[in-house]
Design a protein around this ligand. Structure first.
Ligand SMILES: Nc1ncnc2c1ncn2[C@@H]1O[C@H](COP(=O)(O)OP(=O)(O)OP(=O)(O)O)[C@@H](O)[C@H]1O
Ligand SMILES: [Mg+2]
Length: 232
């Protein structure tokens, strides 16, 4: 909030999003803005459209109606090639249900975005090890996702989302499988990293302990978004 009381132009803006799956209306006119460097919590009951909103904002799902603007670009209108480039270079995504690559070890999963960006294997591995360390799972570097606990897999997925230094991180229930102490450790690491790099974070959570780390919280109900108020 600046001194005139006006908000800066958001980095990412969704307006009046509509998305229907068969007879299920996941989004019914959802609007939300995310500022550069802002940590925004999205809460709401199960089925209210939180994950669908995140997928539309991250350019993974195209809305049926409404717009998603990122910088000067309309994500809802971009060709798939440019969308995937944006996802690779500017966005980091942690999906609600993990989506680590099952055949790869933790360190290989985390190193993958750097290998795709052209880093050498040795450099990518070194950096991946450092990121696993930040999230307290360096000891699991050699394990495959099937050999990790849910919480260890979530931390590995967070490390993978952050390793490229994205402008925006989309995290769908990133602490859903963690106990309260581990939640605190992971949120501290996530917030610290985001603040240090000026990363904006869209954080879906049903946990008030997690929402308290955000600058702002909005709540979804029936496919639409309502403000909750400033929490920090
Ligand atoms: N790929 C899909 N195919 C069919 N229906 C879907 C799909 N994705 C979402 N839906 C439906 O859209 C609605 C919103 O789903 P969404 O996953 O966005 O909710 P959510 O708020 O993330 O819920 P939760 O808290 O349980 O994760 C639900 O009724 C869901 O069944
Ligand atoms: Mg969800």
């Amino acid at each position: 909030m600046n001194t005139t009381g006006e908000n800066p132009v958001p980095l990412l803006t969704a307006r009046d999003l509509v998305k229907t799956y068969g007879r299920s209306e996941a989004l019914r006119g959802a609007s939300v803005g995310l500022d550069a460097g802002e940590i925004l919590a999205v809460t709401g009951t199960s089925g209210s459209g939180k994950s669908t909103l995140l997928h539309c904002l991250a350019g993974i799902v195209r809305p049926d109606a409404g717009s998603v603007a990122y910088g000067g670009e309309r994500l809802d209108e971009l060709p798939e090639k440019r969308l995937s480039e944006l996802r690779r270079t500017e966005f980091g995504v942690v999906f609600q249900f993990g989506q680590l690559i099952p055949e790869l070890t933790a360190v290989d999963n985390v190193a993958l975005p750097l290998l795709l960006a052209g880093l050498s294997r040795a450099d990518a591995h070194t950096r991946a090890g450092e990121w696993l360390e930040r999230f307290g799972v360096r000891g699991q570097a050699g394990l495959r996702p099937g050999e990790m606990s849910g919480g260890q897999a979530q931390r590995t997925a967070l490390a993978r989302a952050l390793i490229t230094g994205p402008k925006v991180v989309f995290a769908d229930e990133p602490t859903g499988a963690l106990d309260s102490l581990a939640t605190e450790q992971v949120m501290t690491a996530l917030v610290h990293t985001a603040r240090e790099a000026g990363t904006a974070v869209l954080l879906i959570t049903h946990d008030a302990q997690v929402a308290a780390y955000a600058d702002r919280e909005v709540r979804m109900a029936d496919g639409a978004v309502a403000p909750v108020g400033v929490t920090a």
